[in-house]
Ligand binder design. Structure first.
Ligand code: UD1
Ligand code: UDP
Length: 383
């Protein structure tokens, strides 16, 4: 069986590590994976570092699309992916998540009858103003196999008319939904013990002895709107009076801080001895930070889940989340970009007793489950 995997943005590169690792360990004689990197993310610390560190095979193709407007970026990817699919004629196209790379892969494959397996299907914010929401809905509806990590994902798909528990053969018109755990949980379990052995980020940032909070910000809804960006940074400044805050800066945020954060506030952030603004870090480094942080603050989908995996309280700078189950446990609080709610959550987590973190994301073997389903449902098809 031959699969083409499309990746492009940081979280997809990391997710791909889990599937490639499982193929290498258990399926190398039965599955050939061809990796296409769209080039959506291209800085060394947003792309290559993960291939080196996580043992992901070198991409067979790199489309080098780089940054552009949504339409142009997606169109360039679409053109390149279609060409590769026609040449390679894979049995499956494997897609991750909800980025423009996901959408381009979905449209390219669906139009030429290459069946799609969508990993991280079914998640919804119910906000179509969020670019990822359109990408998710459209990719799910182009797919044949939908692997959803959560019960909420399964329910969302059921509500959208996807059959549940239906018989094969499966196709774009008779898609199959599998609730199967989270591939990022596979990765976090696998790499967590290696994180502190192989990185020195805690000593490098002088964090070994002191409590610190980890923060990441990159959503357009926060970076592109000055009032929200200023409110988030004012909160971080306030919290940094009682605790060091480590902030690995996404390149999007790095660029938009100059335009959208008030100059005086920016100066205070960058001159504060308690706020460590650093370039994006590697996956092992972020895991080491997550595992040792007192608390995590983020608008990232991946980071809020990892906070949960590592049993850390988490403040989410969004009004909603696709990962509703983790909020229901009380360990994750949606504060939006509201200074008052951020401070309140911080105080609550600082004073409260630890809450239980029930298992939500499977058993750490989602990748093997997915590969078995791909093999089971594979039927070679002419283009
Ligand atoms: C993208 C995804 C988002 C995901 C995020 C993960 C879409 C629509 N968005 O958002 O869902 O959560 O990746 O990180 O697909 N840039 C660089 N170097 C890079 C990459 C980007 O400098 O290697 C800068 C460019 O100025 C670019 C901006 O970041 O314009 C945004 O990059 P882009 O890939 O368009 O979107 P992200 O915000 O990264
Ligand atoms: N991540 C990383 N280095 C960083 C910040 C994040 O390796 O400096 C990892 C993080 O642990 C998670 C993934 O990148 O696995 C999440 O990516 P991001 O926040 O960019 O996107 P999202 O998950 O919101 O789509």
């Amino acid at each position: 069986m031959r699969i083409v995997t499309v990746i492009g943005a940081r979280p997809q590169i990391i997710k791909a590590a889990a599937l490639s690792r499982a193929i290498g360990a258990h399926y190398a004689d039965r599955i050939q994976e061809i990796i296409v990197h769209t080039g959506q993310h291209y800085d060394e610390n947003m792309s290559q570092v993960f291939f080196d560190e996580l043992g992901i095979p070198r991409p067979d193709y790199n489309l080098h699309v780089g940054s552009a407007s949504h339409g142009l970026q997606t169109a360039r990817m679409l053109e390149g992916i279609e060409e590769i699919l026609i040449k390679e004629r894979p049995d499956w196209l494997v897609l991750y998540g909800d980025t423009n790379s996901t959408l381009a892969g979905a449209i390219a494959a669906a139009k030429i009858n290459v069946p799609i397996a969508h990993i991280e299907a079914g998640l919804r914010s119910f906000k179509k103003g969020m670019p990822e929401e359109l990408n998710r809905v459209m990719s799910d509806h182009c797919s044949t196999l939908l692997f959803t990590p959560t019960k909420a994902g399964l329910e969302n798909l059921r509500r959208e008319g996807f059959p549940i528990g239906n018989e094969g053969p499966y196709s774009i018109d008779n898609p199959r939904v599998y609730h199967c755990g989270d591939i990022m949980y596979d990765n976090s379990l696998y790499f967590s013990t290696l994180a502190e052995e192989r990185t020195d980020i805690l000593t490098r940032l002088s964090l070994s002895e002191k409590p610190f909070a980890l923060a990441t910000i990159h959503r357009p809804s926060n970076t592109d709107r000055p009032e929200r960006l200023n409110a988030i940074f004012e909160s971080i400044l306030r919290l940094s009076e009682s605790c060091t805050v480590v902030l690995p800066l996404h390149p999007r945020t790095d660029k938009l801080l100059k335009a959208n954060l008030e100059a005086e506030r920016r100066d205070r952030v960058f001159s504060s001895p308690n706020i460590k603004v650093i370039p994006p870090v590697s996956f092992l480094e972020i895991i080491a930070l997550e595992r040792n942080a007192r608390l995590i603050m983020t608008d990232s989908g991946g980071v809020q889940k990892e906070a949960y995996f590592f049993k850390k309280p988490c403040i989410v700078f969004r009004p909603e989340t696709e990962w509703v189950e983790i909020v229901e446990t009380g360990n994750v609080v949606l504060t939006d970009a509201d200074e008052h709610r951020i401070t309140e959550a911080w105080q609550r987590f600082g004073n409260g007793t630890p809450l239980p973190f029930p298992e939500i994301f499977g058993n750490g073997h989602a990748a093997e489950f997915m590969l078995e389903r791909l093999l089971e449902n594979f039927s070679p098809k002419a283009l």
